[in-house]
Write a protein that binds this ligand. Structure first.
Ligand SMILES: *Cc1c(COP(=O)(O)O)cnc(C)c1O
Length: 372
């Protein structure tokens, strides 16, 4: 038996006809770039997230870039984020010539720890200007935005929400994507709301920032594409991806519910054996990953592999230990909470179409491995 880690084929089968039809429609109308489906998707997403402005773009990475460029992040600026995230979060900071300043995570939520952020701001070297925070909603759980908003306000920092993993999550009654000055998400196929290729979006309630990002999305255009008022990117989403996402957005609430049920069963069944995810009151995760901690990770992973059950490690090497960020001068021991999580964490198969018998098998095999 081989269980997929994420089963996108099964999802496709449930929406096959509608998706095929709408892709065909794009092929026929011929507006392959910034076609009508793009605007439809942007307005449906604005409705779903409850934000004023949504701008689709080519990827989650470009969404983060658009956000930072709109706030003129550049050389000399410090942008605070955690080393326990996907490379893209910090990569965009360096690409713009700014400096990622890592802050360790909260050991229960894996999200940026507001108290440690305060300490980092207070001890920032004088040659750097504290400019922005990128808070990541890791594994689909929102960061602590009440605390982060107050830190950002106090120090006059731009707060960016990296919602690449958290579309569909809720924090104190508000949806992921609605926090900070600007939020960025990804529609990479394996994300909770995935397209059939790359895609992303930025969310904001600030009209002037929205307009600036819209300009940057197409080479810094002014009145039109051939009037360029600033340097920008080619960061548009393909119309076909928007057509796909319009359908996926319709079944998304039901899928979030299914993800929730699967996560609940994992937690009820496994919490005596491993450390299961911590979800604070007033929050719901969208379960981009269901990640457990165990001192016996190697044993569990090997046993599950033998049983045809895939697992992944997000993230085995925190960013401060990556060669790409060597020049920042961090060393092992600088972020002990991230480093400890990297040693013990593993993610289990998680998607809305996980069959009950497969999930029971996964659970039984984890328990068997722990008891070995
Ligand atoms: C996936 C991801 C991104 C980047 O999204 P892409 O669409 O792959 O460019 C950024 N941040 C986080 C936390 C992610 O998980």
């Amino acid at each position: 038996m081989n269980i997929p880690f994420i089963d996108l084929k099964q999802q496709y089968l449930t929406i096959k006809e509608e998706v095929n039809d709408s892709i065909l429609k794009v092929l026929q109308h011929g507006q392959y770039v910034l076609g009508p489906e793009i605007r439809d998707l942007e307005s449906e997403l604005a409705q779903f997230i409850q934000v004023q402005h949504v701008l689709t773009c080519s990827s989650g990475t470009d969404a983060l870039l658009l956000a930072l460029m709109a706030y003129d992040v550049g050389p000399g600026d410090a942008v605070f984020t955690t080393p326990f995230t996907f490379i893209a979060t910090a990569e965009v900071i360096s690409l713009l010539g700014a400096t990622p300043v890592f802050v360790d995570i909260d050991e229960k939520t894996f999200n940026i720890a507001p108290q440690l952020l305060e300490e980092k701001i207070a001890t920032l070297p004088e040659n750097l200007n504290a400019k922005a925070i990128i808070a990541v909603d890791l594994f689909g759980l929102c960061a602590d935005y009440d605390e982060l908003t107050s830190v950002a306000n106090k120090h006059n920092l731009i707060l960016v929400e990296d919602a690449a993993q958290s579309l569909g999550a809720v924090y104190k009654g508000k949806k992921a994507g609605a926090f900070g000055h600007v939020a960025a998400t990804s529609f990479y196929p394996a994300k909770p709301l995935g397209a059939y290729g790359d895609g992303g979006a930025v969310f904001t309630n600030d009209t002037s920032i929205h307009e600036k990002m819209e300009s940057i999305r197409v080479h810094g255009q002014g009145k039109n594409k051939y009037d360029n008022v600033r340097l920008g990117l080619n960061a548009r989403m393909d119309t076909i991806q928007a057509a796909v996402l319009l359908h996926k957005l319709q079944i998304f609430p039901r899928e979030i519910e299914q993800r929730q049920q699967i996560a609940n069963l994992y937690t009820q069944s496994l919490n005596e054996y491993v450390t299961t995810p911590f979800i604070p009151d007033d929050c719901t995760s969208t379960w981009a990953q269901y990640s457990i901690l165990s001192d016996k990770r190697e044993v569990i992973q090997k046993h599950l592999k033998e049983q045809g059950i895939p697992t992944c490690i997000f993230y085995a090497k925190p960013l401060h230990m990556q060669d790409a960020f060597k020049s920042l001068g961090y060393k092992q021991g600088d972020f002990p909470i991230s480093e400890n999580a990297a040693q013990k964490i593993m993610s289990l198969p998680m998607h809305p179409y996980l069959k009950p018998q497969d999930q029971q098998h996964i659970i039984a095999q984890i328990i068997a491995a722990v008891n070995k």
